[in-house]
Design a protein around this ligand. Sequence first.
Ligand code: GLU
Length: 505
Amino acid sequence: MTSQPVRVRFAPSPTGPLHIGGVRTALYNYLFARKHGGQFIFRIEDTDSNRFVPGAEEYIIESFRWLGIQFDEGVGVGGECGPYRQSERKAIYRKYVDQLLAAGKAYIAFDTPSELEQKRQEIKNFQYDARTRLLMRNSLTLTADEVKSLIDGGAQYVVRFLIEPGRDIQVHDMIRGEVVINSTILDDKVLYKSADQLPTYHLANIVDDHLMGITHVIRGEEWLSSAPLHVLLYEAFGWQDSMPRFAHLPLLLKPDGKGKLSKRDGDRLGFPVFPLEWHDPASGEVSSGYREKGYFPEAVINFLALLGWNPGTEQEIFSLSELVEAFDLNRCSKAGAKFDYVKGTWFNHEYILQKSDDEIAPIFDKILKDNGIDEPLERVKQVVSMMKNRINFVHDLWPLCQFFFVPPTGYDEKTVKKRWKEDSALQMERLTEVLRSVDDFSIEGQEAVVMKYIQDNQLHTGDIMNAFRLAVVGAGVGPHMFDITAFLGKEETIRRMEQAIKTLG
Ligand code: GLU
């Protein structure tokens, strides 16, 4: 076999927002293409006008733009095999339909929906196949003249694929190995509809994969059941020698049990199943997205890459280029991958730690500004540096760090009960005097003076520091105390002390 350059594609149908599983499929295709120096093609499979959702295509494109996954050819990119939107390829498909009809591998069927419904009533487990097709109204049971006059008279029809029963069809799957299905269970699939003059998914998918020189079809497990039909179509066209290799990826499973991950799981457990927020144009319903939840695209990619693939080492943090380097379809599992969204937040945490304070500060600054706080970026950066190891998302900083920017408006009740003792007001008055005397209000400068004061007066460090924290922060939380007061400065620290003494008494 000559080794052709790898060409893979991501071919979503614009029927709604892209599910996170679809993002993983695209990612694996991308990694595979890059790893093998091949091409990654973006095709829109929109031949089913009933399922078309406005805005879905734009949503998909925006999702990959955000994630930093680039296509080499396709919708929005261009390329030599275009157009890449199937609804714009009408003229291309008809010839292939005719080819199958001429070869007797497909036939024309006129059965109306009500006629089909009647057959379903009459025949138990009705399926349009070798057992039933001769009972139906089609070009196998009508004469050529009848067929012609029906078509000339404007009757609508479909073209069905003629499946020979009793044949074992082999699908060689790069992840699952040999999958064998007997053709008897397949129905004569509709390949084309005269009503919209468009092929159905199956025909358009095969013709386009062939015309676009696709070498590997990497897609979700839900398409495995279509693969035998696709193999038969390749044969029917005489394209079996250039048939792409198949790889059906493992399902994404619910975090807490068996079964496929669904949007409902996300709603129930509080995590997004879409890359970006989606506003349903029909119902107006808004579904949350990873971007809006505060995930970094790198974290989402890293998280998804490890759902169904493993590098065979302990390494968990991978940049996109490291993933390209390490990726191997042979290391994809057959078994479904549990969607551990807690792990997803862990990845985001790791990416926060990896990023410099300079990168995080502007993001936090925007949140501060939204909350009416305008601080020099340098100071925002200081807070980020103190606090970033405690957060999973940049927006976690606001509830955690408000006290750096806003004096307490109240004091946490539980902490007051526990930490504000009878003599606390007096102790804090004395401490305030000590702080007033500190010339060098740096972390070390304060620490030296305050600790000496505590020692010299044989005070209890815990008591003093706990009350001190409550007074300045309003609660029993936060980083090292002198980190906070050095940030606030002498004046603000003393102001907060006086306020607490007055309020708590
Ligand atoms: N249009 C199909 C989808 O929505 C493509 C399946 C395939 O990759 O063959 O996923």
